[in-house]
Structures are given as structure tokens and as C-alpha cells.
Design a protein around this ligand. Sequence first.
Ligand code: FES
Length: 199
Amino acid sequence: MEKEGVAPAPIVAGRGEATAGHASPLVLDAPTEMLSSPDGNLLGPVANKLARILLKYHKRKEDIISLLQDIQDEFGYLPRDVLRHLSKEIRVPEHEIYGVATFYSQFTFNEPGQHRLRICLGTACHVRGAVGVMEEVQRGTGIKPGQTSLDKQFSLETVMCVGACALGPVVVADGTYHGTMTPAKARKLIQDLREEGRP
Ligand code: FES
């Protein structure tokens, strides 16, 4: 088991090094927090957060990736209400913003669960049984990649390599690497995470 940050490659790319080619599916059925008033305006604290982020940039189309990274850092995901307002502020159509956001695997559109699970489906993990591990995680959590469970306990993502191929199949749970995973180990991991914090 290794802590995130000691593996050879990062899961989430930093500024200017977004990882392309494996966007999580856009799932619109997960519960989201209330960020807008009924008239469509962002709630004050949310608007302030977005305004602070926008102040760092020049509202240029070229800054979209950095803006999305900052928004995700701030909210933990890319809230649709915030993206709608971002579109107005930087005068870039929403579909273009979604086009960029869905292209990069680091972005997610669902409010993250209390436990964030990332399953590596890269080649090295795949040939060692990552699909079976993912099926077990899906069974255990009741969600598919890109979704957050209704009780907000779990969110699930897939990634194409977390830089720990020798340990494959790898599941990263809340930043901790779990290597040589099997469906049985995955089941135990979900159980342990569920029980964490219970009285
Ligand atoms: S392919 Fe899974 S860690 Fe590299």
C-alpha cells in the first residue's frame, strides 16, 4: 500500500499537463448540492468563489483548462451551474467548455463521495484482472464509473495508468494505492471503507 504522491506518476495532472483521452462519462443523475437560486443566479458564496478564480486569469479562451482545474480544486468537481456562469463570463459557449472538460480524464462532473475510488484500467492492470476488480467495486458500491452513490459515500472513476503498473491491478482509494487487487480484496476494501467512521 503506498500513499499518493510516492508513485512514479501522478493520477491527476498538474497545471498545464492535463491528461487527455479518457474522460469519465457525464452522468447527470447524481445528487448535487444547491448552488443557484431559483432565478438561476449563483448563490453568493458560490459566486464569490468563481469571481476569485476568474480574477487570476484574463477571461480568455486559452485559460479554460486552468479555470476548470481551479473550479474543480475549489468545489471538488465541476458543478453545472458554475460552468454555465463561467461560459457567460469568458464568452465561450457551454458546449465548448464541456467539450474540453470531457476530453480530460482529470475532470469530473459529480460531487465527489466521501470515499473517492479510482480504478486503473490501463494495459498492465487490465491484463492482470482489473475488469473483475471493477465489476466487484461496482457491485459493492452500486455505482458505475463517473457516478456518486445516492448516500454520497462513494464516487467511482476509472483511470488509464496511475504509474504503479508493477502493482497492478491498482485501486486508489482516497489517495491510498491498493495493489495486486482481486475481486475479494476489492470487496473487503469497500466493506472497510463503509465501516470507517461508523460508531
Ligand atoms: S496500467 Fe495500471 S498502474 Fe499502470
